[in-house]
Ligand binder design. Structure first.
Ligand SMILES: C[S@@+](CC[C@H](N)C(=O)[O-])C[C@H]1O[C@@H](n2cnc3c(N)ncnc32)[C@H](O)[C@@H]1O
Length: 267
């Protein structure tokens, strides 16, 4: 953890993103990955393969954009760098290792951005409960006609996660208001994906499953606040928290869905 602390001090991150906990969140993902590497492998491989398959149908391969690139655990970066003229990685925080890797590839560019466009405002008004919560209306790269491929990668369920945890720690607001904010972040991301140019893939976890020692699902939790995603091309289970990690009685899995081209599906 000492190395992680040092790394977090050196990692570029906006004040607002730091306050909301994005830097810490990414370090936690790294720690969890180390603890559950084998259990996660199938999910990471399937995500990479979906991206490879989806890029096959791109008529041109100028620019590929990855939304939620993070630690790149689930991104086939070498393949994308080889087959596209440029690869743009978008995340609210880019780990130092990814910054170095991008330089090494030569055609990989990093964009540090909050894809909801709400984080800055959220930190300004979190303690003013009479001020309405911000609304997301993203347009990053929507007018870039060189974009031939976009993937939103295991990001959708994360969009409301840290902002709602952050809000819960600030001045109290009605739960219904926070839930409506969370739903709007998710819905506006789905709308954003449809406005982006090129083939646009969506890979996201949609449900958390509590699974007993016999592999039976005992409870399901909707992690998208009731928002429905379009019919997926494929889906799988991500063994997110294996048995004996948090509990001897239960494992926690995620149901993940993947859509190769969301724009090909009528809304
Ligand atoms: C579960 S991870 C996705 C997995 C990631 N591809 C990886 O391999 O680490 C979610 C990523 O989304 C990023 N993220 C969450 N909210 C974001 C936002 N509003 N804008 C941009 N990135 C965001 C996080 O920083 C994190 O890197």
């Amino acid at each position: 953890m000492i190395i992680e602390l040092f790394e977090s001090l050196l990692t570029p991150c906006s004040q607002a993103a730091r306050k909301v906990g994005y830097l810490r969140g990414q370090i936690l993902i790294k720690v969890r990955y180390r603890q559950s590497r084998r259990a996660w492998q199938s999910h990471l491989n399937r995500t990479k393969q979906l991206i490879r398959d989806a890029t096959e149908v791109c008529p041109q391969r100028r620019k590929a954009v990855i939304l939620g690139s993070g630690l790149l655990l689930d991104i086939p970066l070498a393949d994308l760098s080889r087959s596209f003229r440029e690869v743009v990685l978008v995340d609210v925080v880019h780990p130092l290792k990814v910054t170095l890797l991008a330089r090494w590839f030569g055609n990989v560019r990093l964009v540090r951005a909050d894809v909801t466009g709400t984080t800055e405002r959220l930190t300004q008004i979190a303690n003013s409960p009479r001020t309405p919560l911000p609304r997301s209306n993203p347009d990053l790269l929507c007018d870039d006609s060189d974009v031939d491929y976009v993937a939103s990668v295991n990001l959708l369920s994360q969009l409301p996660h840290l902002p709602t945890v952050y809000l819960d720690k600030q001045h109290p607001r009605p739960e219904a208001e926070i839930d409506a904010f969370a739903r709007q972040l998710i819905e506006s991301h789905l709308g954003y994906l449809r406005r982006l140019p090129g083939v646009v893939s969506l890979i996201t976890d949609i449900e958390k499953l509590q699974v007993d020692r016999d592999g039976r699902v005992v409870e399901r939790f909707d992690i998208l606040y009731g928002v429905r995603v379009p019919q997926p091309d494929t889906e799988w289970i991500w063994e997110h928290v294996p048995l004996n990690r948090l509990s001897k009685e239960f494992a926690y899995h995620r149901r993940v869905v993947a859509i190769k081209d969301i724009k090909a599906i009528p809304s």
